[in-house]
Design a protein around this ligand. Structure first.
Ligand code: ADP
Ligand code: MG
Length: 368
């Protein structure tokens, strides 16, 4: 099997009710890449997959797979296969027949179909399960059967729409490694959709972060986490401490921001100019106790939570800023709740970004 590249050129998608779910988008997914689209529920991820697989037509722009324009080609005429969250296996058919289901229409003999199915079951690490019924398998095994079935028709591009979200946490984490291994072995282009940042960051060659029908950033997991380019990306991926304010001075790659909690300095990757409203973002693991930082606060320790390998602290400054810290649990900081302490972070460890909408917090999502 061999992957093909997927290109979206100015693709916008408006549903018949007039709602534009995907704003004009340019995106190239390389052949053989494991590419994830990450974003909150309702941001347009499934709509993009539907367009790539041919179930929905773009209202503008074009989609090319392996350089070929897909306009006018239905799902069966495209080199794609789709896997959903709620996979539907046939309960009365043995596993191998489920895998070989799409091959009968191609005129393959029963013997050739079984051979192909066994090969694919081997690939997804289920060699002994061919003659069982789906009901005799675990959830993770059934998911692998669905993947084998999708691969049976030899797609160049496999589209996966939140395929692990019905599985429990342990299994989901195990399946991440399985999916990655299957993708590497086959060389098929994977486009993987998820609202789970852990999945996107651990499995992917590159990640696109999407919000409100717009892809805000495309990059490696490291780049998305350490060098976010928008307030949404900074706040959706990982935890972050935001400080709102106005730029009051720039100096090469760095800038100063005036906030209600004092003047702070940070990297200025988007070249914000004097006077711009901005947000400074710093990750909790970049904040530490002590006075040796270019950005410093006096604060009171409000909470200390042991998470196992690391400890989270919540402190509050006299101006009311709440700051979270993550420290590895190696017996370092000995502060107790209600202690007054110094906390801070280096300017190089923080980033200034244009003021803009931030991702909802866990509490806000829960209250929806
Ligand atoms: P995601 O997969 O990121 O959760 P979707 O692509 O399913 O998001 O949906 C994006 C937006 O488009 C949502 O606001 C959704 O309500 C809307 N939408 C999805 N399908 C339709 C449809 N058939 N008609 C109108 N609006 C739709
Ligand atoms: Mg969806």
């Amino acid at each position: 099997m061999r992957g093909k590249d997927v290109r979206l050129e100015g693709v916008a998608i408006t549903y018949p009710n007039g709602f534009t779910a995907v704003q004009p988008t340019d995106l190239t997914i390389e052949a053989g890449e494991f590419f994830s689209i990450l974003g909150p529920s309702g941001c347009g991820k499934t709509t993009i997959l539907r367009a790539v697989s041919g179930f929905v037509d773009p209202s503008a722009g074009q989609i090319l797979i392996g350089g070929e324009d897909m306009r006018g080609k239905g799902p069966n005429a495209r080199p794609t296969a789709l896997i959903f969250q709620n996979l539907a296996l046939f309960p009365l058919m043995p596993v191998w027949e489920n895998v070989a289901f799409g091959l009968e229409a191609r005129g393959m003999s029963r013997r050739a179909r079984r051979e192909k199915a066994l090969e694919l079951l081997d690939l997804v690490a289920l060699p002994e399960q061919a003659d069982k019924k789906p009901g005799e398998l675990s959830g993770g095994q059934r998911q692998r059967v669905a993947i084998a079935r999708a691969l049976a028709v030899e797609p160049a591009v496999l589209l996966l729409d939140e395929p692990l979200s019905a599985l429990d946490l342990k299994l989901r984490q195990h399946m991440r490694a399985e999916l990655r291994a299957i993708q590497r072995k086959t060389g098929v282009t994977f486009i993987y959709i998820t609202h789970d940042q852990g999945e996107a960051l651990t499995m992917s060659d590159r990640v696109a972060v999407m919000n409100n029908g717009v892809i805000e950033q495309v990059g490696s997991a490291d780049a998305i986490y350490s060098a976010p380019q928008s307030a949404f990306v900074a706040s959706f991926v990982g935890e972050v401490n935001p400080f709102h304010g106005r730029i009051i001075g720039t100096d090469g790659a760095m800038a100063q921001i005036e906030t209600p909690h004092g003047r702070l300095v940070a990297r200025n990757p988007t070249a914000l100019a004097n006077g711009a409203t901005a947000i400074l973002f710093v990750r909790p693991e970049q904040v530490g106790f002590g006075a040796g930082y270019s950005n410093r606060f006096e604060a009171r320790l409000m909470r200390r939570d042991l998470e196992g390998a690391f400890v989270t602290f919540e402190v509050q400054t006299p101006t009311g800023a709440q700051i979270n810290l993550h420290q590895s649990n190696t017996g370092g900081a000995s502060v107790a709740v209600d202690d007054i302490c110094q906390v801070g972070f280096d300017g190089e460890a923080a980033v200034l970004l244009p003021d803009g909408p931030m991702a909802k917090t866990g509490a806000e999502v829960a209250a929806q």
